[in-house]
Design a protein around this ligand. Sequence first.
Ligand SMILES: Cc1cc2nc3c(=O)[nH]c(=O)nc-3n(C[C@H](O)[C@H](O)[C@H](O)COP(=O)(O)OP(=O)(O)OC[C@H]3O[C@@H](n4cnc5c(N)ncnc54)[C@H](O)[C@@H]3O)c2cc1C
Length: 266
Amino acid sequence: MTLVSELTVESLERLTPRMTRITFTGDGVSSIKPWPDQQLKLLFPPVNRPLVLPAAKAEGDGMTWYMAYQSMPAEDRPTMRSFTVRGLTEGRLVIDFVLHDHGGPASSWAKTAQPGDVLARYGPAEIYRQDLALDASWILLAGDETALPAVGSLLPLPNAVTLVEVADKEEEQDLPDVRWLHRNNTHHGQPLVAAVDQLDIPDNDVFVWLAGEAAMVRTLRRTLVAKGVPKRAINFTGYWRSRLTQDDAPTEADMADIQERLAAME
Ligand SMILES: Cc1cc2nc3c(=O)[nH]c(=O)nc-3n(C[C@H](O)[C@H](O)[C@H](O)COP(=O)(O)OP(=O)(O)OC[C@H]3O[C@@H](n4cnc5c(N)ncnc54)[C@H](O)[C@@H]3O)c2cc1C
């Protein structure tokens, strides 16, 4: 399968005021094997400049391509951001973009995207596929709006409690069995943490999946561990960081999260 290819916008659908669904065509898309919670990188062209990709081939593990990407002149180098495959049908790749208010190349691109616009993908790659215990007898999926594409790809799941925090009622999507929580201008994560704290959680055979703003995810995990959920039963990912871009260096808290994730894999 081609690891890197250009993607061309075929169509756009505004799902909610702050979420747009974009359908892309592109080389190799029809041979991507789908799985739930499938992640990839998207490459956004610099503002008012064409998309330029490294000349190196990106087969196998993509290492050579990635080195060539990093060595591109800064003014040409596309910005890389993480996204989730929301759908793969009939040779089309579907991605849902959160249209947040804090700038950033990805959200800004999605706000003005038109049919025919071009970006690129790096992945998805099987080596980044996560081992999720989706056969556990009790499952919790919890996250904010950036987690919705992954949640949508995981549902329906028997035995899952699904809690998603969004800005307000207008941001709810048509998904089965989701309990929606509305931020309504309270602090990001506050309604979700409160809801998770009130859950009755069985003692055994539990699996938890958490994604969204990094500090929120950290608090959710701490809350669940305090309620007796084993750390190994919690898959957690900070999808974005308040006031920091994806290019900014990891903070001490990010480094501690990475250590915890590594420890859970041992
Ligand atoms: C594995 C993975 C899968 C992801 N899947 C998706 C997905 O399918 N769809 C999706 O929309 N996002 C997804 N994300 C989150 C997305 O990568 C980040 O939100 C990313 O920071 C957006 O890039 P940007 O260029 O818009 O903003 P950046 O340049 O990274 O940041 C600019 C500013 O915007 C703020 N910001 C970034 N994201 C948000 C947000 N969501 N809400 C409010 N403020 C924000 C930052 O704090 C910063 O101040 C995923 C992240 C990961 C790690």
